[in-house]
Ligand binder design. Structure first.
Ligand SMILES: CC(C)(COP(=O)(O)OP(=O)(O)OC[C@H]1O[C@@H](n2cnc3c(N)ncnc32)[C@H](O)[C@@H]1OP(=O)(O)O)[C@@H](O)C(=O)NCCC(=O)NCCS
Length: 175
């Protein structure tokens, strides 16, 4: 087993260095074939523009953002989309769960999930939903008690091309 060498925190605003570090993580995941909304090659400009939009949502209280940092900078992140329709105030969507390839398979994914669930509770959320096209992420979510709903076939393009399905999960924090 490898010892954890990262620290985790929730951000309430994003500075330029954090945007740069988050862009690195997103680019690395897309390069590695993760289906996370972007096609390869993802330029630094597009990645930074994405995180700047996320930063605005964080400041507005529409999103909760967690980051993990190691000696080289940002190495993982996850967010909750808190801003939901008025008839679903108890629900949030878990989004952009990303661990840089240099930091994988050391428990950081699990730590980010636990941090996201704790943040959701702090925000008064009791129902979380997510979808994923990644087998490793599926194992992680099931290990942590998420319930698998089913698969939507041909949902998105993989970053290097070709369609993939997505698997929908939920987690009831009240039970
Ligand atoms: C899915 C993802 C977030 C997992 O992150 P991670 O930090 O590697 O997750 P963990 O370390 O908690 O768990 C991964 C594996 O490492 C194992 N592991 C955890 N700690 C370990 C340790 N100290 N030593 C060895 N193995 C360890 C876990 O048991 C798990 O094994 P399994 O895949 O055989 O079930 C990461 O692979 C990723 O970012 N992928 C690309 C982006 C993506 O697709 N995100 C999901 C979008 S919904």
């Amino acid at each position: 087993m490898t010892t954890a060498t990262w620290s985790l925190r929730r951000l309430h605003a994003l500075d330029d260095a954090q945007i740069d570090g988050l862009a690195d993580v997103l680019i690395d995941c897309v390069e590695g074939g993760a289906s996370v909304s972007f096609m390869h090659p993802l330029t630094r400009e597009r990645a930074a523009a994405f995180w700047r939009r996320v930063g605005k949502g964080v400041v507005a209280g529409e999103r909760a953002l967690m980051i993990a940092e190691d000696a080289r900078g940002v190495c993982g992140t996850v967010q909750l989309v808190l801003d939901q329709p008025e008839n679903q105030p108890h629900r949030a969507e878990l989004s952009k769960m990303l661990v840089h390839r240099r930091a994988r398979r050391r428990g950081l994914g699990a730590a980010l999930m636990r941090a996201a669930e704790a943040a959701a509770r702090d925000c008064g959320k009791t129902l979380l939903v997510l979808d994923t096209a990644n087998d490793e992420a599926e194992r992680l979510y099931e290990r942590l008690g998420w319930t698998r709903v089913g698969v939507i076939p041909d949902y998105a393009l993989l970053p290097h091309g070709g369609l993939c399905g997505t698997t929908v999960y939920y987690r009831n924090l009240a039970s």
